[in-house]
Each structure stands twice: as structure tokens, then as C-alpha cells.
Ligand binder design. Structure first.
Ligand code: AR6
Length: 182
């Protein structure tokens, strides 16, 4: 059984064994949570981009990832709260538009990270609201998709026990709680 919890917080300080980065396909970490993780993990975001791109080449064998493909990098300075790995995944770009295609891409992005966490043998994994920031996907739909994918993943999970969705802003958190209540 895998449990799913929505919490408010900063993912760079979140005590899960794995945290997930909402990356772009080239792991360029230019803004949003990606930049925050890059800065917190390596001090210098440019250095973290270099480490990520090297891992991308080694693990995927090309210089970009598709939805569902993921790259793992070490926690580096994020080790203090107990983080062991960062999994980079890429969600869809929505620009305010939501449809079945976006949902499927997000589903793949979430499931790819969950399956990698299984492979790494961890119990806890924390996600940001992938695609709900700069990529402009509606937060409520993103949250709904997370709930569905985690439920589906529960049937195959052996190692992962707890999945967190970490919302950064108080406003987003309140919005999601309200949406879930109806
Ligand atoms: N902890 C948790 N969530 C956070 C944090 C944090 N420290 N900082 C921001 N968020 P975004 P995307 C939330 O834009 O939409 C980057 O440039 C934020 O409030 O980071 O998938 C990448 O390199 C939002 O709810 O990711 C890509 O180019 C959520 O994280 C592009 O942005 C996701 O917002 C990806 O865009």
C-alpha cells in the first residue's frame, strides 16, 4: 500500500529519501523549483547543470529526456534533511491548456520517477507540482493526476511506501485543499 500526502513546504529541505525535480528536457534548471534545487544542491547552479547533463548522457545516452524518462543525480548538499537522490523528470508544457495529451505526458513523468524510486529501493519520495509553474498546467488537474498515478503505482510498488506532493506557496496549498474538499 502506498500512501499519498499533500503538504506545504520547500522541497529542497524536505525529509524524503528522494526528491523529484520538475526539469526541462535538457536539464537546464533555469528557473522555478529546478533552479532552487540546483542552487541548494551544488551552491552554484551552473555546476549542478553540468553534473545533471553528464548524468543525462551516462544514463540515457542522449542530450535530452522524453516524458517518462528520468535522470538521477546525487543529493550533494541536500543530504542534511536526509535526501539521498534527486530524480529529474519532465512534465508537459501546457500554457494554460489542459487535454488528454498533456495528462498522458504528466502521467508518464510521474510514473517514470516513481518507478526509478523503486529501482533505487527507497521508501519515501517527494514531488513538486510538476508542470504547474512555468509550464502553466492547471494546478487542480496536476494534483488530480498525481492522485490517480500514485494509486495506479500502488499495485506494483514494493519498496516505496510514501509519496508526498510538496506545494510551495500557501495560496496553492489552500486552493488544492479547497478543490479536494468538494
Ligand atoms: N519547493 C517546492 N515547490 C516549489 C519550489 C520549492 N522550493 N519552488 C517552486 N516550486 P516550476 P514547471 C513549485 O515552474 O512548471 C524550470 O525553469 C512552483 O510553485 O518549477 O514544471 C525548468 O528548468 C510550482 O507549483 O516547474 C523548466 O524549464 C511547481 O514547483 C520549467 O521551469 C512547479 O513549477 C518547468 O516548469
Amino acid at each position: 500500500m502506498v500512501s499519498f500526502e499533500i503538504v506545504r513546504g520547500d522541497i529542497t529541505r524536505f525529509p524524503a529519501e528522494v526528491i523529484v525535480n520538475a526539469a526541462n528536457k535538457y536539464l537546464e534548471h533555469g528557473g522555478g523549483v529546478a533552479y532552487a534545487i540546483a542552487k541548494a544542491a551544488a551552491g552554484d547552479p551552473v555546476e549542478y547543470i553540468r553534473i545533471s547533463k553528464k548524468a543525462l548522457m551516462e544514463q540515457i545516452g542522449k542530450d535530452f529526456i522524453e516524458h517518462g524518462e528520468v535522470v538521477v543525480t546525487p543529493a550533494l548538499r541536500l543530504e542534511k534533511p536526509g535526501i539521498k537522490h534527486v530524480i529529474h523528470t519532465v512534465g508537459p508544457y501546457c500554457g494554460g491548456i489542459w487535454d488528454e495529451d498533456k495528462k498522458e505526458k504528466l502521467r508518464k513523468a510521474i510514473l517514470g520517477a516513481l518507478r526509478k524510486a523503486e529501482e533505487l529501493g527507497v521508501k519515501t519520495i517527494a514531488f513538486p507540482a510538476v508542470s504547474a509553474g512555468i509550464y502553466g498546467c492547471p494546478l487542480e488537474e496536476v494534483v488530480k493526476t498525481f492522485k490517480e498515478v500514485v494509486k495506479e503505482f500502488g499495485k506494483e510498488a514494493k519498496s516505496v511506501e510514501k509519496v508526498y506532493l510538496v506545494l510551495y506557496s500557501e495560496r496553492d496549498y489552500e486552493r488544492v485543499l479547497k478543490a479536494l474538499a468538494v
